[in-house]
Ligand binder design. Structure first.
Ligand code: PGA
Length: 250
């Protein structure tokens, strides 16, 4: 069974609700590709207006974060039930910017992953190495550790549905995309790691994205790799270019 590609935009902290509606309306006719699941992960305040604007299209609206408790005194946080009630299907967990600026750790990522699954949300689980770690030659060890912790207590059935985004930190927002070989090498290693944890069937089914300066010109070669099942796209997801990325195979 061939894995279906999944191409997700990560808007980060961009777009007011008004701008979000305009962007969804601009991109709606451009991101049609029957071979691809298309997701726009948007700021929490944009979820509902973006969802309205995307109605009747192939775009699924996702979130950029969630909290790992169901409800209560956690000022400023968004619960999984809130996301589900708003119609969200996908949620990014453990993006490197959240790890760097908001003290997210492998342990909190694991809690969020478990909570997302408990509420029927599909987590897009981010991992990635720094430039120093790559130069030290520990990339694969580091990524394997991130994956093993993120998947603690995740069942096989859940793991099959998960999405992993391999995003080398040095490639994010820098215009310095990983080479196809670098990206494929790590995505293949992630799949092998999932195989060790859950067996061959899960490794075959789980979808692994590449992220980090994906552009209309780099997408076709990246997404043609055997272990790369699409992308998590930041900067280019805010532009009409995102339509070209989604239609990488046309
Ligand atoms: P970028 O961001 O495409 O702007 O490099 C990717 C990401 O952070 O998900």
């Amino acid at each position: 069974m061939a894995r279906r590609k999944i191409i997700a935009g990560n808007w980060k902290m961009n777009m007011t609700p008004t701008e979000a509606v305009a962007l969804v309306n601009t991109l709606k006719p451009l991101v049609v590709n029957d071979d691809v699941d298309v997701v726009f992960c948007v700021p929490a305040i944009d979820i509902i207006p973006a969802m309205e604007a995307a109605k009747g299209s192939n775009i699924a609206i996702g979130a950029e974060n969630l909290y790992f408790e169901d409800k209560g005194a956690y000022t400023g946080e968004i619960s999984p039930a809130m996301l589900v009630d708003a119609g969200v299907k996908y949620v990014i967990t453990g993006h490197s910017e959240r790890r760097e600026y908001f003290a997210e750790t492998d342990e909190t990522v694991n809690k969020k992953v478990l909570k997302a699954f408990a509420h029927g949300l599909t987590p897009i689980i981010c991992c990635g190495e720094t430039l120093t770690q790559r130069e030290q030659g520990i990339t694969i060890d580091w990524i394997r550790q991130q994956i093993k912790i993120a998947f603690l207590n995740v069942t096989e059935e859940q793991a099959k549905k998960a999405v992993i985004a391999y995003e080398p930190i040095w490639a994010i927002g820098t215009g310095k995309v990983a080479t196809t070989e670098q990206a494929e090498e790590v995505c293949a290693a992630i799949r092998a790691c999932i195989g060790e944890l859950y067996g061959a069937e899960t490794a075959e089914e789980i979808r692994i994205q590449y992220g980090g300066s994906v552009s209309a010109s780099s997408a076709p070669e990246l997404f043609a790799q055997p272990d790369i099942d699409g992308g998590l796209v930041g900067g280019a997801s805010l532009k009409p270019d995102f339509g070209k990325i989604v239609n990488y195979n046309k």
